[in-house]
Design a protein around this ligand. Structure first.
Ligand code: SIN
Ligand code: CO
Length: 406
């Protein structure tokens, strides 16, 4: 029997333990963007992945996006941006603050692997893994987010309360940086223990308060704004057609008033715009740069020179390859083009047919690597040199705890 990879399990009809035994299709049908889901013991392996102090060290690092939220300060709910000096933490009170670090999956390979457990949603919908460190009573306040989030408890405990669906009209406290709710009627109240997962759909009010010093992982999603998609299509139309294609109006009727804009003309213009939007090939090409843009647009990977012989030797030593988690990858099957970080990638003809298999999950296992032909290994060696694939230690499952028990 062949063992399926984590991302293949997401696409199969198997019940997924990290979704509480639902299949991915059942989760998408009944919960995704609709209602919350609590799963006890979803990721026992996350409890010991990162020590709270290690997260604070990341918040002290340049180029890492971090924030500190202090509740009982003056003004209340003070937000400070990182990077932070190492002495920051000991000057803070013992209770009531949270440090949040974005994109921890870019720095910690097992968190990139965590994202493969959510492969029932395409990668272009996934934003990052944010990790928060909170002291007792620490919280970011009752709020709602525009995006879906899977909250997974690391070490320590956090009490989560869920409220009602919120929107732009829901009363909020005056705050520039946080969407704090003026009031949140509580419909769910549970303490999450290490490894527990809570899915919160967009717009649902939520409030998580640390019971003790704890880490919480947030697998966050993203979606393009409708206006941004239009903007992409317009840019592409301007690039490809400029002002060549004009509105046509053969067969027009006599105007009621020559100085008026008639309804028939408005409809004719709307039809012309809609039919140019309705060209799948144009749309796909137009949207690919935005959907494949790296989380940090100015990001450039850095690699170390690697020859095909170096790679072959490393594979015999048992290394695996992780796709650069800070780069965003998007395969267009109809056009057979790979987009990465906003650009199309040139791929040798004899490697192209392997791309869907290589991008199946975020990691190429030792077994997969051993079966690849020389042409693909040679392409991968160049990719490693450019920093797009990282040699990493073999995967340890996040579904079992540190003692190895499932
Ligand atoms: C947190 O980890 O404290 C906040 C996560 C969230 O509410 O989205
Ligand atoms: Co939130």
């Amino acid at each position: 029997m062949t063992t399926l990879s984590v991302s293949q399990r997401c696409l199969s009809d198997q019940p997924l333990p990290w979704l509480g035994g639902l299949t991915a299709a059942e989760f998408l049908r009944d919960y995704w963007q609709k209602k919350p889901l609590l799963v006890r013991g979803a990721f026992p392996g996350l409890a010991d992945l990162l020590a709270p102090e290690e997260l604070l060290e990341l918040a002290e690092t340049d180029d890492v996006e971090s924030r500190l939220i202090i509740e009982n300060s003056d003004p209340a709910w003070e937000v400070r941006e990182g990077p932070f000096h190492a002495t920051t933490w000991r000057k803070l009170p013992d209770t009531g603050w949270t440090a949040l670090v974005q994109a921890v999956d870019h720095y910690l390979p097992p968190l990139a692997d965590l994202l493969d457990h959510f492969a029932f949603v395409p990668e272009w919908r996934i934003d990052d893994v944010m990790v928060s460190y909170a002291v007792p009573g620490g919280s970011v306040g009752a709020h709602f987010d525009q995006y879906d989030v899977f909250l997974i408890q690391g070490p320590g405990q956090r009490r989560w309360q869920l409220g009602e669906h919120c929107d732009a009209n829901t009363p909020r406290l005056a705050h520039d940086q946080l969407r704090l709710l003026a009031d949140m009627p509580v419909h769910f109240d549970e303490v999450l223990n290490p490894g527990d997962l809570l899915y919160v759909p967009p717009g649902l009010g939520h409030h998580g308060v640390a019971e003790n010093t704890c880490l919480t992982y947030s697998v966050g999603f993203r979606a393009p704004a409708l206006a941004q998609m239009m903007d992409c299509v317009v840019d592409r139309l301007l690039e490809t057609q400029g002002s060549e294609a004009l509105l046509t109006d053969a067969g027009r009727a006599l105007p009621d008033h020559p100085s008026s804009l008639a309804n028939a003309d408005i409809q004719r213009m709307q039809q012309a715009v809609l039919s140019s939007l309705n060209t799948p090939e144009l749309f796909e090409h137009a949207i690919a740069p935005a959907l494949s843009e790296a989380k940090y647009a100015d990001y450039t990977p850095e690699g170390d020179p690697c020859s095909v012989d170096d790679l072959t030797a490393a594979i015999s030593d048992g290394i695996e390859l992780l796709r650069d988690p800070a780069s965003r990858w998007l395969w267009l099957p109809t056009q057979q083009v790979l987009w990465r970080n906003g650009e199309p990638v040139e791929i040798p003809a004899d490697v192209l047919s392997f791309i869907p298999q290589l991008l199946d999950g975020r990691r190429l296992s030792s077994d997969t690597l051993k079966k690849l032909p020389e042409s693909v290994l040679s392409w991968l060696a160049n990719e490693i040199s450019a920093g797009f694939w990282l040699p990493v230690d073999p995967l340890t499952s996040l579904l079992s705890d540190a003692s190895g028990e499932a």
